[in-house]
Design a protein around this ligand. Structure first.
Ligand code: 13P
Length: 267
């Protein structure tokens, strides 16, 4: 078990990466990590996430109340948004919020990331919808994000930025990198005359790879994400759960068993 100080150092490292990779400007963005059912670490409000040291990091309970914070530091103004993710997704161990240039441009233009254009983005990420605009620091943002939590591991926040979550801090951060890389490829291929999309069969084969890898999280390979006008990977009504006879539970079982078999083979 990694100790708390180590996790604080990891939060600072990831904060620096986010800043150095132009995923935030000035004091923007925030990061949190779940330690236990009622203990979380989070970045403080109003500081550059590129220059933090472990003393900056605040400890809070599941209601966002301070358990410990050094003088001069208060938890992120967006902590309610992070807490809503942990509340609704017990599988989540970390949440990252940033304003990466390309992903945020899509969020401002009101265009979700749903086109199947490259294998890694389809396999690792799935689709990224847009949660309707909410005023920063208010309950409007957690309320806008909540309907997406059951089906996705990343959202664009309309006219604001991006939010990702996963099993641990590195995975949540890497998801943010994937969102931004996918958004940049989509933007640049649109500039070159428009991306060439995978067809349905190609998409289904990529979903199959995802299932075999047994990756955690919510993905169109394991559940239908087409709701509220969303058309993930242009699969129309034919998302994997609506495709064939296996249920979502069957598919999750197959993914779990495949993962166990692959782990056993590696030993
Ligand atoms: P905090 O510094 O309060 O975490 O806020 C930064 C931000 O990006 C708000 O959206």
């Amino acid at each position: 078990m990694v100790n708390e100080y180590e996790i604080k150092k990891q939060i600072c490292d990831i904060g620096k990466r986010i800043y150095d990779r132009n995923m935030v400007a000035a004091n923007d963005g925030n990061i949190s990590v779940k330690l236990g059912e009622n203990e979380f670490l989070c970045t403080p409000t109003g500081v550059s996430k590129g220059f933090m040291t472990p003393e900056y990091i605040c400890k809070i309970d599941k209601n966002g109340q301070v358990i410990h914070a050094n003088p001069g530091f208060r938890p992120s103004s967006e902590i309610k948004m992070h807490m809503r993710v942990y509340q609704k997704r017990p599988d989540v161990g970390s949440v990252v919020h940033a304003h990466p240039v390309y992903a945020t441009s899509f969020a401002i233009a009101g265009i979700p990331l749903t086109q199947p254009i490259m294998p890694e983005a389809v396999i690792a990420l799935g689709c990224v919808p847009i949660a309707p605009y909410g005023t920063p620091s208010t309950m409007e943002i957690p309320d806008a994000v909540e309907p997406f939590l059951e089906h996705f591991d990343a959202v664009l926040l309309e006219s604001h930025g991006a939010l990702t979550w996963s099993v641990d801090l590195l995975a949540a951060y890497l998801k943010m990198e994937s969102v931004e890389f996918y958004a940049q490829l989509l933007y640049q291929s649109k500039m070159l005359g428009g991306p060439k999309e995978f067809d349905k069969d190609q998409v289904q084969r990529l979903y199959q790879i995802r299932r075999q890898m047994g990756l955690p999280g919510k993905h169109p390979a394991n559940l239908c994400q087409n709701k509220d006008g969303m058309n993930c990977h242009n699969c129309g009504g034919e998302c994997s759960s609506a495709h064939g006879s296996s249920t979502e539970a069957d598919q999750e079982l197959v993914a779990r068993i495949t993962k166990q078999v692959m782990a056993a083979l590696k030993q």
